[in-house]
Ligand binder design. Structure first.
Ligand code: NAG
Ligand code: NAG
Ligand code: NAG
Ligand code: NAG
Ligand code: NAG
Ligand code: NAG
Ligand code: NAG
Ligand code: ZN
Ligand code: ZN
Length: 435
C-alpha cells in the first residue's frame, strides 16, 4: 500500500475516532413542583419540615429548585441534541386541592422554563401519573388534558398525525434530525393506580400502534429509543411491580421481540437511580433500561414506612446519534443539605456510569457485564445502592442491606415479572449467603 494512502487511512481512522457521531441529551424527570411549598406545604410528608430555600427532603420542589435545575442544565451543556423529559410535574398533592387548569399551568411553567433556557432544542416529553387530574386516571380516549398538553408541546411534536396520537392516548413518535426514532409512550395506562384500564387488553390501542412502529422501523432499518414515565419490571427496595401484570408481560414481550432495533429505554417515576436489562429469549443481552432519579427530593411516607431521602438530580447522556446506543451518562446532583446551608446551589457530578461500572459504553452487552459484575462484586453493588438515593444517605442504605436485600437488587436487574423475580431471589439468596 502506498505510504500516503496508508497515512490517509490512519488519519481517517483517527478522525473517525475523534468524531464517533457522539451526541448528548439531557434526561430529566419528576420535578413535582409544589406551588404551596411556602404556604400550605401540601406536598410535605412531615409536619414540621425545615424548608430550606432549595427544598426539603420531606417535600416536593419549590419553584427555586425547578428553576435552578434548568439553569444548571444550561450551564453544564446547553447545546444538546434534545431533552428527554419523563413527566410528573405536579406535586404530590391531594386531588381536592388540584384541578385541571392548575395542572396544565404547572406543565406549561416547566415547558416555558425549558424553552427559554434551551431555545430551539427539541424536548421529548411524556406525561407522568401526577400530571393527570384526577391523579393517575389516564383515559383511553380523547380528553381535554391530552389536548391541552399536546398544544403546549406542539413545537416539539412537529407532526400532525403524532399530535393526533397524543390527543388519543398521550403517545407519539418523532425522528431526530439524525434519523434516530424516538417513541414517547404513555405507560401510566399500564400503572396499577389507573383504575380505567385493568379490564382492557390494549388501552388506547398503544400496543398495536407500538408494534407497527417497531415493525416499520425494522423494515426501514431505523433504530428506536423508547421513553416513558412508569418503567416496567420490579423496583427495589420495595419489590414493587408498577404495571398490571398483563401489560408488563406484553410490553416486555414486544421489547424482546424487537430488541435488535431498540438501543435503549429511558424512564422516570421511581425517584431513584436504576438500571435494568431486558434479556432476549435466547439469554443474550437485549435492551438496557435507564431509570433517572428525580429532581424532587420528596420522601415517600405511609403509616408504616418511609422512603430514604434522596438528592435532586439531572442526567446528561452521551449517545451515538446514528445507532441510538448510550455511550455513557454523567449523573449530576444537588447536595440539598449543603445548598440550603450556604444559600447557593451546588450541582456536582455524582458519577460517570462508564468509569464507575468499568465499561467502555452502555450498550446491552456492556450493561450485561455491569449486571454480572454487580452479582459478584459486593462493593460495586454498594456503589449502585448509594447512587440509588443520589448520595443522600452516606452508607446507611448499604449498611441496612442484608443478603436478601442484595439478592433483590441483583434479581431486579434482569427478572422483570413477579414470578421470575421471586424464583431468582430464592436462588440468589443462597449464593449470596455463602459468598
Ligand atoms: C384551581 O386551583 C387553584 C389553586 O387552588 C385555584 O386558584 C383555581 O381557582 C382553581 N381553578 C378552578 C378552575 O377550579
Ligand atoms: C429563574 O430565576 C431567575 C432569577 O429569579 C430568573 O431570571 C429566570 O428567568 C428564571 N428562569 C426560569 C427558567 O424560570
Ligand atoms: C381535542 O382536539 C380535537 C382536535 O384535534 C377535537 O376534535 C376534540 O374535540 C378535542 N377533545 C376535547 C375533549 O377537547
Ligand atoms: C407504518 O408505515 C406505513 C407506511 O409508511 C405508514 O403508513 C404507517 O402510518 C406506519 N405506522 C405507524 C404506526 O407509524
Ligand atoms: C452534603 O453536604 C452535607 C453538609 O455539608 C455533608 O455532610 C455531606 O457529606 C454532603 N454529601 C455529599 C455526598 O457530599
Ligand atoms: C439563607 O437565606 C435564608 C432565607 O433567605 C436566611 O434566613 C438565612 O439567614 C440565609 N443563610 C445564610 C447562611 O446566608
Ligand atoms: C462508605 O463506604 C465506602 C466503602 O467502604 C467508603 O469508601 C466511604 O468513605 C464511605 N462513605 C461514607 C460517607 O461514610
Ligand atoms: Zn414522581
Ligand atoms: Zn410517577
Amino acid at each position: 500500500m502506498p505510504r500516503h494512502l496508508m497515512l490517509c487511512l490512519t488519519l481517517g481512522m483517527a478522525l473517525d475516532m475523534a468524531t464517533p457521531e457522539e451526541g448528548q441529551f439531557w434526561h430529566i424527570t419528576d420535578h413535582h413542583f409544589d406551588p404551596t411549598y411556602w404556604s400550605e406545604m401540601r406536598s410535605c410528608n412531615d409536619k414540621v419540615p425545615v424548608r430550606g430555600i432549595y427544598g426539603d427532603y420531606w417535600c416536593d420542589s419549590p419553584w427555586r429548585l425547578v428553576n435552578d435545575s434548568v439553569a444548571a442544565m444550561a450551564k453544564v451543556k446547553r447545546d444538546v441534541d434534545f431533552i428527554v423529559w419523563t413527566g410528573d410535574n405536579v406535586a404530590h398533592i391531594e386531588n381536592q386541592f388540584l384541578n385541571q387548569s392548575l395542572n396544565v399551568g404547572i406543565i406549561e411553567k416547566i415547558t416555558d422554563a425549558l424553552k427559554s433556557e434551551f431555545p430551539g432544542v427539541p424536548v421529548y416529553g411524556t406525561m407522568g401519573n401526577h400530571d393527570w387530574y384526577p391523579a393517575d386516571q389516564f383515559p383511553v380516549q380523547q380528553a381535554s388534558l391530552y389536548n391541552a398538553t399536546a398544544e403546549l408541546w406542539r413545537d416539539w411534536i412537529v407532526d400532525k398525525e403524532q399530535i393526533e396520537n397524543f390527543k388519543k392516548g398521550g403517545f407519539y413518535t418523532i425522528k431526530t434530525t439524525k434519523g434516530l426514532r424516538i417513541v414517547g409512550l404513555n405507560t401510566v395506562l399500564y400503572y396499577t393506580a389507573d383504575k380505567l384500564t385493568p379490564k382492557l387488553t390494549d388501552p388506547a390501542g398503544q400496543f398495536a400502534w407500538l408494534e407497527k412502529v417497531l415493525q416499520n422501523a425494522t423494515n426501514a432499518g431505523e433504530k428506536v429509543v423508547l421513553t416513558a414515565h412508569v418503567p416496567p419490571g420490579i423496583k427495589v427496595p420495595g419489590k414493587v411491580l408498577w404495571f398490571y401484570e398483563q401489560f408488563n408481560t406484553r410490553l416486555l414481550d414486544l421489547v424482546q421481540k424487537y430488541s435488535d432495533v431498540i438501543p435503549g429505554m429511558y424512564f422516570g417515576h421511581d425517584h431513584a437511580d436504576g438500571l435494568k436489562l431486558v434479556v432476549k429469549e435466547d439469554g443474550t443481552p437485549g435492551v438496557p433500561m435507564f431509570i433517572a432519579p428525580s429532581v424532587t427530593p420528596w420522601r415517600y411516607k405511609s403509616r408504616t414506612e418511609s422512603g430514604a431521602p434522596h438528592n435532586p438530580a439531572i442526567r446528561l447522556v452521551k449517545y451515538d446519534q446514528q445507532t441510538g446506543e448510550a455511550l455513557d451518562y454523567i449523573q449530576y446532583y444537588m447536595n440539598l443539605t449543603e445548598s440550603n446551608e450556604v444559600n447557593a446551589s451546588t450541582w456536582e457530578v455524582a458519577y460517570a456510569a462508564s468509569t464507575t461500572y468499568r465499561v467502555s459504553d452502555l450498550t446491552a452487552a456492556s450493561v450485561s457485564k455491569v449486571v454480572q459484575q454487580m452479582s459478584t462484586d459486593r462493593n460495586l453493588l454498594y456503589k449502585y445502592i448509594r447512587f440509588n438515593t443520589v448520595l443522600a444517605n452516606g452508607n446507611s442504605t448499604v449498611d441496612e442491606c442484608d443478603a436478601t436485600c442484595r439478592a433483590e437488587y441483583i434479581c431486579s436487574f434482569t427478572q422483570h415479572s413477579r414470578d421470575e423475580f421471586n424464583t431468582c431471589v430464592n436462588i440468589q439468596r443462597k449464593g449470596v449467603l455463602i459468598g
